[in-house]
Design a protein around this ligand. Structure first.
Ligand code: 26W
Length: 813
C-alpha cells in the first residue's frame, strides 16, 4: 500500500502553516507550534477522504452504527493518523529534512483523555477498527473541557491536576455549528389535545444548545474516514451585556452557567456510581443531541420512520447512555406522531446494550425524585415502559413478586438503568466469555431466562495499529520482515510466527527488540521519575486503574515479602526484577490512594537499600495514560493480570501485553481465560481461586482471613509491617486501614490467593533464567494474539448485532 504522498508539497505546507498560524518563520517556531502546523497539513490530506467517505455513505444510504459512549479514551491523534494514512515514514523523512524529529513533535500533543480506563479505551479501539473495516459508524460523546485529571505524585501521594487538553486548540477537530440542536431540562409536561390526540409538551424548561465538534477517525490505508462527534454546550441566548433588565440578565447568566457546567469535566470514577445530578445532565445532554441528529439525518434520506431499524443501530456503551431508549421513544411519539406500540417496536429494534462490569457499586440507579425533576417527559415514558414491562413479567410468572422486584425498571424509588437498557434493547452482550456466562447465570439470570436469544458474547479486542505498529516499531518491522504486513489488517496472520519460535537467531532478534524497548522505557522513567532502572532486570508491569478488585495491593505485598526474604534468608536468591506500577485512583477513593502511597513507600525503602544489590526495584510511573502506555507495553516482560476471579469483566491491557510478547501472570478471570486458551497454559503463569470458587465463598458468606493470618508466617509478617512503621516511620498507623481491610474481611481474597501468587512468581523467576525457553514463550504470546484484535470483535458486532455492510471509498483525482 504505497501512499501517494507529496513530500515536497507537504514540507512547503508545514512552513506556510507556521507562517499563517503564528506569524513566524519555521526556525522560530516552538515545538508546539510545529506540531500544530504539521497537524493542519495532515488534516488537509484527511479532509478529502472524509468528504468522499460520507458522500459514499449517502449515495448507498447505508446502515450506520452510532456508538454512544460517555467516554472515548483516544490518546494522541497525530502519530496514529499518520500510521493509518500510511504516511508515517514519509512524514518522518519530510520532517527530518526540515530539521525536526517526528517523535519529538508527537510528544507535543496532549492526550485526548476523554475516558477513565477500559471502557473508554475500548470505544477508541472500536472506532479504529470500524473505519479500517469500512463500516459506517459514528462515535457520539461529550467534548469535556477537562478530561481525565493529570496525576502528580507528591511525597508519595497522588495529587490531581486539571487536564486542560484544549488550551492550545485541537487541530484535528471541526466545529459543525450548522448541526446544533436544543436540549431541554426540567420544567413540567403539559398535555394538549389536537384532533383527538394528546400531545405532550415540555414547558418552563431550561435549555442549552448542543454544538457538535467532529474528529476524523481514519481507516488503515482504505480512504475511509469516519467521525467521532463530541458535543459542546452553549447558551441558547447569547449573553446580552447591555440588558439591564434584572430578570433577563440573570436568566442569561444562568443559561451560560448551565451550558458551561454540563461539559466542564469528565467524572473520574471508574466502576463506581456516585449519583450526581450533573452526571445525569451530561448523559441526557449528549444522548438527546446524538439521537435528535441521527433521526434528522435518517430523515434526509428516508421517508418512512418505520425503516429506522434497517438504517440505524444505537449501541449503548454500558448503562451511561441508556436514556437513549426513552429519548428515542419521545422523538418517535412526540415529534413523529407515532403511537406507543409502533414507537416501542422501532426502539427495541434499534437499541442494543453492552455490559462492562458486574461490580455492584458500578450499577447506575437514579433516585426517581431527581430523574423526574430533571427529565419530566423522559420520566413519564420510563414509567410507561416500566408499567408494560412489569405486566409482561407478571404474565410470564404469575404471582411471582420476586421476579418483579428483581427486574422492574422502577423499584424502591429508583430508576434502574441496566433494567431499562435490557427492556429497550434487542441485544445484550458481555465482553468476554466468562463475563457473559456470569451475566447469564447470575447477575442477569432472570432477564436471560425471560429472553435468552437476546444475550450474546463479544470478547473485547485492541487495535494492533496503535498498540503494535505505532507503539512498537521495532517489533512491527521485524514481524513484517518475517511474515509480510498483512497482520496490520488481519491479526490472525501472526500465527505464522510460530515456525520461528524455536529458531535461536529469531529468539535473539526478538529478545533484543524487547531489550531495546526496555532501554526506551528506562529512559522515560529516568526523565519522568528520576529513578534508575536496569533494562537487564525483569520488567514486571501492572498498569491499569487503581481498584481494590484489581489487587495492586496483592502485588505490592508480594514485593514486601520478596524483600523480607532477601533480607533474612541468606540462601535465597532471585533474578533482578523491576516492579513497575502505573495507576490513577478516583479522586474520592481513599483506600485506592492509600495503596498508591504504600507502593511509593515500599519503593523508597527498597530502592534505597544497597544491601539487596538492586535485586528489587519498585517504580510508580506518574500519570499513566494512553501515550505512555504505548511505551510501557512494548517494554514489558511480565503482564500482571491479577484481579479477583469473576471481577474483571474482560481486561484489555492483558491483550496489549500479550501482543507485545509479555506472558500473563494472572488469575482465570475475564479474557485471561481466553488468552490461556490461545497461547496454552504452559505459556502463562496462572494462579489463584477460580471464579466458581470465589462465587461459592461469596454465596456462603466469605472466608475468614484470620485463618490465613494465623497459619501463614510470611503473610503475617508483611501484614505486621503495614502497622509497625516499616514503611511509615513517621506515622506507623498510616496503613492501618489496609491492614484492617485485609484481616477483617478481605473481600477480594488477597490473603487467600497470596501463596498461590508467590508460587507463580517463583515460576516466573525460574522461567526467565531459561533464556531460550523464555524467548519462545514470549514469541508464542505474540504469535497467538490474533484473536484479540478489535477487528475480530468489530466483525462479530457488525455481523451478529448491527448487520452492517462494508463500504469502499476511492478518491477521484
Ligand atoms: C457510573 C460509574 C462507572 C464508570 C465506569 C461505572 C462503570 C464504568 C465502566 C463500565 C468501568 C469499565 O471501564 N469497565 C471495564 O470495561 C472494559 C471494557 O469492556 C473491560 O475490559 C474491563 O474489564 C472493565 O472493568
Amino acid at each position: 500500500m504505497l501512499a501517494d504522498f507529496d513530500k515536497e508539497g507537504f514540507k512547503k505546507e508545514v512552513i506556510t502553516n507556521v507562517k499563517t498560524l503564528f506569524r513566524k518563520p519555521i526556525e522560530e517556531a516552538t515545538p508546539q507550534q510545529v506540531f500544530q502546523a504539521v497537524s493542519y497539513a495532515v488534516k488537509d490530506d484527511i479532509i478529502d477522504r472524509w468528504i468522499a467517505t460520507h458522500k459514499e455513505y449517502e449515495k448507498k444510504n447505508v446502515k450506520t452504527v452510532y456508538y454512544l459512549s460517555m467516554e472515548f479514551l483516544m490518546g494522541r491523534a497525530l502519530g496514529n493518523n499518520l500510521i493509518n494514512l500510511t504516511y508515517y515514514d514519509a512524514v518522518k523523512e519530510a520532517l527530518d529534512e526540515l530539521g525536526f524529529d517526528l517523535n519529538f513533535i508527537e510528544d507535543q500533543e496532549p492526550d485526548a483523555a476523554l475516558g477513565n480506563g477500559g471502557l473508554g479505551r475500548l470505544a477508541a479501539c472500536f472506532l479504529d477498527s470500524l473505519a479500517t473495516l469500512g463500516y459506517p459508524a459514528y462515535g457520539c460523546g461529550i467534548r469535556y473541557k477537562y478530561g481525565m485529571f493529570k496525576q502528580g505524585i507528591k511525597d508519595g501521594y497522588q495529587v490531581e491536576m486539571p487536564d486542560d487538553w484544549l488550551k492550545d486548540g485541537n487541530p484535528f477537530e471541526v466545529k459543525r455549528s450548522e448541526y446544533a440542536v436544543e436540549v431541554k431540562f426540567g420544567g413540567y409536561v403539559r398535555v394538549e389535545n389536537k384532533n383527538g390526540r394528546n400531545y405532550f409538551i415540555q414547558d418552563g424548561y431550561q435549555s442549552v444548545r448542543a454544538v457538535p465538534y467532529d474528529l476524523p477517525v481514519i481507516g488503515y490505508g482504505n480512504n475511509v474516514v469516519n467521525t467521532l462527534r463530541i458535543w459542546d454546550a452553549e447558551a441558547i441566548q447569547e449573553f446580552c451585556l447591555d440588558s439591564f433588565d434584572k430578570g433577563e440578565y440573570e436568566k442569561a447568566v444562568e443559561q451560560q452557567n448551565l451550558a458551561k457546567t454540563i461539559v466542564e469535566v469528565l467524572y473520574p470514577n471508574d466502576n463506581h456510581y456516585a449519583g450526581k445530578e450533573l452526571r445525569l445532565r451530561q448523559q441526557y445532554f449528549f444522548i438527546s443531541a446524538s439521537v435528535q441528529r441521527a433521526i434528522l439525518k435518517f430523515k434526509e434520506l428516508n421517508k418512512d420512520i418505520h425503516k429506522l431499524p434497517e438504517k440505524v443501530t444505537f449501541q449503548m456503551n454500558d448503562t451511561h447512555p441508556t436514556v437513549a431508549v426513552a429519548e428515542l421513544m419521545r422523538i418517535l411519539m412526540d415529534e413523529e406522531g407515532l403511537e406507543w406500540d409502533d414507537a416501542w417496536d422501532i426502539t427495541t429494534r434499534t437499541c442494543a446494550y453492552t455490559n462492562h462490569t458486574i461490580m455492584a457499586e458500578a450499577l447506575e440507579k437514579w433516585p426517581i425524585e431527581l430523574f423526574s425533576r430533571l427529565l419530566p417527559r423522559i420520566y413519564q415514558i420510563v414509567e410507561e415502559i416500566n408499567r408494560r414491562f412489569v405486566l409482561k413479567i407478571q404474565e410470564m410468572y404469575p404471582g411471582n413478586q420476586d421476579k418483579v422486584k428483581n427486574m422492574a425498571v422502577l423499584y424502591d424509588g429508583q430508576v434502574k438503568m441496566a433494567h431499562l437498557a435490557i427492556a429497550g434493547s434487542y441485544s445484550v452482550n458481555g465482553v468476554a466469555a466468562l463475563h457473559t456466562k456470569i451475566l447469564e447465570e447470575r447477575e442477569l439470570k432472570d432477564f436471560y431466562e425471560m429472553r435468552p436469544e437476546q444475550f450474546n458474547n463479544k470478547t473485547n479486542g485492541i487495535t494492533q495499529r496503535r498498540f503494535l505498529l505505532h507503539a512498537n516499531p521495532l517489533l512491527a518491522n521485524w514481524i513484517t520482515d518475517k511474515i509480510g504486513d498483512e497482520w496490520i489488517t488481519n491479526l490472525s496472520h501472526l500465527k505464522k510466527l510460530k515456525v520461528y519460535v524455536n529458531d535461536e537467531k529469531c529468539q535473539h532478534e526478538f529478545m533484543n527488540i524487547k531489550y531495546q524497548n526496555k532501554i526506551r522505557l528506562a529512559k522515560y522513567i529516568k526523565e519522568h521519575n528520576n529513578v534508575d532502572v536496569d533494562p537487564r532486570s525483569i520488567f514486571d508491569v501492572q498498569v491499569k486503574r487503581l481498584h481494590e478488585y484489581k489487587r495492586q495491593l496483592l502485588n505490592i505485598l508480594h514485593v514486601m515479602h520478596l524483600y523480607n526474604r532477601l533480607k533474612t534468608e541468606p540462601e535465597f536468591d532471585m533474578y533482578p526484577r523491576t516492579f513497575i506500577f502505573g495507576a490513577k485512583a478516583s479522586a474520592g477513593y481513599k483506600r485506592a490512594k492509600l495503596i498508591i502511597k504504600l507502593i511509593n513507600s515500599v519503593a523508597d525503602v527498597v530502592n534505597n537499600d544497597a544491601s539487596i544489590e538492586g535485586k528489587i526495584k519498585v517504580v510508580f510511573i506518574e500519570n499513566y495514560r494512553v501515550s505512555n502506555a504505548e511505551i510501557i507495553f512494548a517494554a514489558a516482560d511480565v503482564s500482571e493480570q491479577i484481579s479477583t476471579a469473576s471481577r474483571e469483566a474482560s481486561g484489555t491491557g492483558n491483550m496489549k501485553f500479550m501482543l507485545n510478547g509479555a506472558p500473563t501472570l494472572g488469575t482465570m478471570d475475564g479474557a485471561n481465560v481466553e488468552i490461556v486458551e490461545e497461547v496454552g497454559i504452559e505459556n502463562a503463569f496462572i494462579f489463584g481461586l477460580s471464579a466458581e470458587e470465589v462465587m461459592k465463598y461469596e454465596r456462603e458468606g466469605g472466608y475468614n482471613p484470620m485463618d490465613i493470618y494465623n497459619n501463614n508466617q510470611a503473610v503475617r509478617r508483611v501484614l505486621t509491617q503495614l502497622i509497625d512503621g516499616t514503611y511509615a516511620s513517621d506515622d506507623p498507623d498510616r496503613f492501618r486501614d489496609l491492614y484492617d481491610s485485609l484481616t477483617k474481611e478481605d473481600v477480594y481474597f488477597i490473603l487467600k490467593d497470596f501463596d498461590s501468587y508467590a508460587e507463580a512468581q517463583q515460576k516466573v523467576d525460574k522461567a526467565y533464567q531459561d533464556e531460550k525457553g523464555w524467548a519462545k514463550m514470549a514469541m508464542l504470546n505474540t504469535a497467538c494474539a490474533g484473536k484479540f484484535s478489535s477487528d475480530r470483535t468489530i466483525e462479530e458486532y457488525a455481523k451478529e448485532i448491527w448487520k452492517l455492510k462494508k463500504v469502499k471509498v476511492s478518491l477521484d483525482k
